[in-house]
Ligand binder design. Structure first.
Ligand code: HEC
Ligand code: HEC
Length: 334
């Protein structure tokens, strides 16, 4: 990487003494450190957290966002493809929600512009929570604890999807994972990663992985073809970005996934077909870069990828307000 004089000048221009001292030390690399979450409205985040863990937003009464994006497991379900209402299998692997606020768009094909737009989808989707929005709102509106909390956060007792998705998005924005060992190294701590991990990063950078996996999330900055040099063979019918743009040129283009916390988010790829990181790295080398890595090279890259695991969100489990006598009851077998 060339030394970018302009980047450094901008970093120094940041005003407060603390920021300047910190920014001055960050190495000039294609991956930048994850910033800790800034919470603007703690009450809204707390409400969003309740809704995140709220199984009554599902028809069955047992599926919440956390079922498939388990925050004890890197924000994923660790299944090839997700299982939702009625044990139905979805077509794609559940991406992590950790650091998803840093991505250009949401979903593998980017069909939702942002977290708020995304959050309404899974509640209604028949393969996920299978709950019509009108019924989800009836449930929330019938629970006095929620009515009071929406009133204190939004100033109104009327609960609508705009408020629900806005609270969930506010919570998701806090799900960032700063302080990984790689970030400590980026900020100047030479001892934060060992020689093998550094060799892995150097190879990752020099062989061109960073052309697609870059920015703070080491991904999420662009849509790219899966199978640039060699085609990717899969039994999955999913075709990616072309489903959104309608352009044939976008077939098999997917949002480049984040590599943050990637050791926790197995299995890999949109179809979940790569069981291990070694397999995923080998496939990426061959298909994206036309490069066959030796076993040692793969081990080094994998060692580097494991330094991208940051502090996981520390949450106090929310206590959800009880249903009232008039709350519509769940229907697990519908
Ligand atoms: C049944 C499992 C399941 C449930 C329940 C579920 N999701 Fe997902 N989620 C998925 C899958 C699978 C995808 C990927 C879908 C795609 O890309 O087409 C996804 C994608 C996402 C993404 C996009 C991440 C990215 O990097 O593109 C976000 C954000 C998200 N879900 C949030 C939520 C929220 C909020 C809820 C609850 C309201 C929820 N999910 C409920 C399985 C689930
Ligand atoms: C041309 C862009 C491009 C290049 C270069 C590239 N990747 Fe990827 N990477 C992607 C895309 C797109 C996906 C998602 C593919 C899919 O799911 O079908 C991906 C997925 C991955 C995954 C799986 C992540 C997950 O959560 O499923 C890993 C690990 C990965 N890449 C590592 C690497 C490594 C290591 C290199 C260098 C050897 C590399 N990538 C080079 C675009 C790229």
């Amino acid at each position: 990487m060339k030394f970018k004089a302009l980047g450094v000048a901008v970093a120094f221009a940041m005003t407060t003494a603390g920021t300047a001292a910190w920014a001055a030390k960050v190495r000039d690399e294609p991956i930048q450190p994850i910033q800790p979450a800034k919470v603007a409205n703690a009450a809204k985040v707390e409400l969003g957290k309740k809704l995140w863990f709220e199984p009554r937003l599902s028809m069955s009464g047992i599926i919440s966002c956390n079922t498939c994006h388990n925050l004890s497991r890197g924000g994923t379900d660790n299944l090839k493809t997700s299982i939702g209402h009625g044990w139905k299998a979805g077509p794609v692997n559940a991406p992590t929600v950790l650091n998803s606020s840093l991505a250009i768009a949401q979903f593998w094909d980017g069909r939702a512009a942002n977290l708020k737009e995304q959050a309404g989808g899974p509640i209604q989707a028949d393969i996920e929570m299978n709950m019509p929005h009108t019924l989800a709102l009836d449930v929330l509106q019938s629970i006095p604890g929620y009515v009071a909390e929406f009133k204190s956060v939004f100033g109104s007792e009327t609960i609508d999807m705009d408020k629900v998705t806005s609270a969930i998005a506010a919570f998701e924005e806090t799900l960032v994972t700063p302080n990984s060992r790689f970030d400590k190294w980026l900020k100047g701590d030479d001892k934060a990663i060992n020689a093998k991990e550094l060799a892995g990063y150097t190879l990752f950078k020099e062989s061109g992985c960073v052309a697609c996996h870059n920015g703070p999330a080491a991904g999420g900055t662009s849509f790219q073809r899966m199978g640039v040099v060699e085609p990717y063979t899969s039994t999955s019918p999913v075709e990616g970005r072309s489903g959104v743009t309608g352009k044939d040129a976008d077939r098999f283009n997917f949002k480049v996934p984040t590599l943050r916390n990637v050791e926790m988010t197995y299995p890999y790829f949109h179809d979940g077909e790569a069981r291990t990181l070694e397999e995923a790295v080998d496939i990426m080398g061959r298909l994206q870069l036309g490069r066959t890595y030796s076993k040692d090279e793969i081990d080094n890259i994998v060692a580097f990828l494991k330094t991208l695991t940051g502090d996981q969100p520390k949450l106090t489990m929310p206590i959800l307000p009880p249903s009232s006598n008039s709350t519509p009851r769940p229907d697990p077998f519908k």
